[in-house]
Design a binder for this molecule. Structure first.
Ligand code: PLP
Length: 513
């Protein structure tokens, strides 16, 4: 056992970790996992309350995903996508396109037969039709960024190209990964500013953060700030202002990049219902492409309740109100009827098993890269492990589980259990805001809920609370003062209760107002 700890200390550099602090403590060394529980080398058990950094959907050691990988291992683990196709990746691309376009199936189902052809041709322009595979969330964004850049350059023609390069607009607090292009799109100073010398400039616009919004005139209450906010949608107005100002400069934004419904690394900051639709409508009206970063929110994380509410049906209505069997929205954009030109997926794509990512885009973008060999219109971009077979079979198995009625029912139940359990936290004076979207939540720690006064980062409030939670056998990581709860979907009711209770007890012992 000590040897394993020693090996880590001697050789491993951990991500987003102050290694001096790390080296002072004995690390938890994970040896195995089953469902929502992981076990360390000393035999201690822990609930995986952040789904292994937001990746794991169905739990560890899932028999269906294990079997799919084993079957594929008996055939081949990997062959290059440069010049070769493979069966699992092609099937997966088809299934992803189908799941992403579900919004259009619903729309078509509501068109009468006379209106159907018009409906279909309108939809054809927006449908996601092609999948570019890569390895991680960051690379999914890099691909979207480069495709959007080059598409715009070609669409604008020679004179505009010489004048100014295509510009991107993204959200304050946005996080899109750690490769240089993705960092340029991000706006978290702590992570991004020190690399500014390496980056190209992108526009930044206010993102909704109802709890700390300067335009929210409501006094603090013991409820999610989105529910009691008093404002005039100034955050939407800011989006309009940014697009108009950039247009006046003669180089309109080429694309709008956003995390839909919930900004993760910003501190689990949810958008009030309707913001996403309004902001993206503005972007579209200004001719910008939409790049939806669903690296965190994809694959059912944003839950079922919103979908059911939007369609004015009960989640129990197996037809979804449209005569189609109920297949819930798997993507956040679908909850508000937003149709992106790029849909970036990673993390949960393989159910949390293997690093794989996908950038979905439209036929129109794809066609702009078609040409004869010597025209060199090719998308010059790719990675060695692109379209990896093992990742693809894991992803196919994960998608199948996601669409299984039993999984849908248990996600529905988890969403409600999580909601009910989170209500118990409002009694604690050091909890300022509890923000749940579907099957994930951020709990913001404050010095006093009445004043919303934050802890200084050096007080390490979030870290100390999470360390205490680990002693209760619950593992998660904070984002500053925000504790993230994002368990695998297979977590039981009792485990959910234990996870939230561990947070409440840790807040009481560590922060004691
Ligand atoms: C919204 C979002 N985009 C992109 C990324 C980057 O993903 P990866 O760490 O897989 O590169 C993350 C990671 O947390 C994310 O939350």
């Amino acid at each position: 056992m000590r040897r394993l700890v020693q090996l880590d200390r001697q050789f491993v550099w951990h991500p987003f970790t102050q290694m001096r602090e790390w080296l002072r403590n004995r690390p938890i060394v994970i040896a195995e996992g089953q469902d929502a529980v992981m076990r360390d080398i000393d035999g201690r058990k822990y609930l995986d309350a952040n789904a292994s950094i937001w990746t794991n959907l169905h739990g560890h050691n899932h028999p269906k995903i294990n079997a799919a990988i084993r079957r594929q291992l008996g055939k081949i683990a990997h062959s290059s996508a440069l010049g070769l196709a493979n069966e699992p990746a092609s099937s997966l691309a088809g299934k992803l396109v189908q799941a992403a376009n579900r919004i259009y199936d619903l729309r078509l189902a509501t068109c009468d037969s006379a209106g159907k052809p018009a409906c279909e041709s309108q939809i054809a322009n927006h449908k996601l039709a092609k999948v570019f595979f890569s390895d991680d969330g960051s690379t999914a964004l890099e691909a979207a960024l480069k495709l959007a850049y080059e598409f715009t350059r070609r669409a604008r023609g020679k004179s505009a190209r010489r004048a100014a390069p295509a510009k991107f607009l993204s959200l304050a607090g946005g996080y899109h990964g750690d490769t240089v292009g993705a960092v340029a799109l991000g706006h978290i100073d702590l992570f991004h500013q020190r690399y500014s010398g390496l980056l190209f400039k992108t526009g930044e616009v206010m993102a909704p953060y109802c709890y700390r919004c300067p335009f929210n005139r409501a006094k603090p209450e013991r409820a999610d700030a989105r529910e009691y906010r008093r404002c005039h949608w100034e955050c939407v107005g800011k989006v309009e202002q940014r697009f108009s100002a950039q247009k006046r400069r003669g180089n309109p934004y080429a694309a709008f990049v956003f995390e839909p419904l919930m900004q993760g690394a910003a501190g689990m900051i949810p958008q009030p219902p309707g913001w996403l639709r309004q902001a993206t409508d503005i972007a579209r009206a200004h001719g910008a492409l939409l790049i939806a970063d669903e690296v965190m929110t994809g694959f059912g994380r944003t839950g079922l309740a919103a979908a059911a509410r939007d369609r004015r049906t009960s989640p129990d209505d197996s037809s979804g109100g449209h005569g189609l069997p109920l297949q819930p929205n798997l993507f956040a954009c679908q909850h508000e009827g937003v149709r992106p030109d790029f849909l970036c997926l990673a993390k949960g794509l393989t159910g949390g098993y293997l690093p794989m990512a996908a950038t979905l885009t439209t036929q129109k973008i794809f066609d702009a890269f078609l040409g004869e060999y010597e025209e060199f219109k090719t998308f010059f971009h790719g990675h060695s492990y692109t379209a990896n077979q093992l990742g693809a079979v894991a992803a196919l198995a994960s998608l199948e589980i996601l669409q299984d009625p039993e999984s849908i029912r248990s996600r529905q139940a988890l969403e409600k259990t999580l909601h009910d359990e989170l209500q118990t936290l409002w009694g604690l004076p050091n909890i300022g805001d509890v923000r749940q979207v579907g099957l994930m939540a951020g709990i913001e720690l404050v010095k006093d809920w009445r004043t919303r006064e934050p802890y200084a980062l050096r007080e390490r409030a979030g870290i100390r609370v999470c360390e205490a939670m680990a002693k209760y056998g619950v593992l998660t990581r904070p984002i500053g003062n925000v504790v993230v709860l994002m368990p695998p979907y297979c977590i039981t009711r009792a485990q959910t209760r234990r996870m939230v209770a561990a947070l409440g007890d840790s807040v009481k012992t560590v922060l004691r107002a």
